[in-house]
Design a protein around this ligand. Structure first.
Ligand SMILES: Nc1ncnc2c1ncn2[C@@H]1O[C@H](COP(=O)(O)OP(=O)(O)OP(=O)(O)O)[C@@H](O)[C@H]1O
Ligand SMILES: [Mg+2]
Length: 225
């Protein structure tokens, strides 16, 4: 469909547990337009993280389909999905998920290595530029455990933006940060996504964050209400 960077149709996902099957997604539909920011709300356990994992191709739906930039995505082989994700989608998680043994610069470079489009010097330049915009020029050779939570999340955002993805998927990116730090991190995230003209789906419990987005959707009983 024209204009949609990502579309999901009839997503179903359940988990089989010893005491029975949990139906998390029960036919969820969502469409994210190019350059649009969509806030995803829903109570704890509603399936927001499950949905983001399926949208980003980290997990496969039991039924339904995800299309990315008008082409099949969820139905592709793991290998082809990974290749598309490497260049087209950036992830930001609540728990940062940086590699603790690598430096800040090396962490930010990782998606460019996966994409394999830039040479080593160009990759380092791009990462250094993003980290400079994150206010972290003085931390390039530090390791993530030496950084504050807000600094770590800014590294994770720089990493997510490394390949200028068409879509950023953020799962409660300020969930582990205090109010003021979270605000500064969000300013950086929204500024960076806008600067590349990207779209974003952002899971949040924070109504004021949702108000910054173009649109809000709520996941309830496995579908968008
Ligand atoms: N890998 C898994 N195995 C079994 N059950 C799972 C798995 N992942 C998620 N679930 C279950 O699916 C439901 C939805 O989980 P999910 O993490 O998507 O919720 P959420 O909306 O992100 O919640 P929160 O706001 O607390 O992060 C929960 O009941 C959870 O226990
Ligand atoms: Mg979650």
């Amino acid at each position: 469909m024209s204009g949609a960077v990502m579309e999901a149709i009839g997503l179903r996902k359940s988990f089989v547990m010893p005491h029975g099957r949990i139906e998390v997604l029960r036919g969820a539909d969502i469409s994210i337009g190019a350059g649009e920011t969509v806030a995803i709300l829903g109570r704890s356990g509603a399936g927001k993280s499950t949905l983001l994992n399926v949208l980003g191709g980290l997990d496969a739906p039991d039924a339904g389909e995800v299309r990315f930039q008008g082409a099949p995505f969820s139905s592709l082989s793991e290998r082809r999905r990974t290749a598309i994700r490497a260049t087209g989608i950036g992830f930001v998680f609540q728990s940062f998920q940086l590699l603790p043994e690598m430096t800040v610069l090396e962490n930010a470079i990782l998606p460019a290595m996966a994409a394999g489009r830039l040479g080593r010097a160009a990759m380092r330049r791009r990462a250094a530029e993003l980290l400079d915009r994150a206010g972290l020029s003085h931390r390039l050779s530090h390791r993530p455990p030496e950084l504050s939570g807000g600094e770590q999340q800014r590294v994770a955002i720089a990493r997510a933006l490394m390949n200028s993805p068409a879509l950023v998927l953020a799962d409660e990116p300020t969930g582990n940060l205090d109010g003021a730090t979270g605000c500064a991190v969000l300013d950086f995230l929204f500024e960076m996504v806008a600067s590349i003209g990207g779209a974003m789906a952002i899971v949040t419990h924070d109504v004021s964050l949702a108000a910054r987005c173009s649109r809000t959707v709520t996941l309830e009983e496995g579908v968008f209400k």
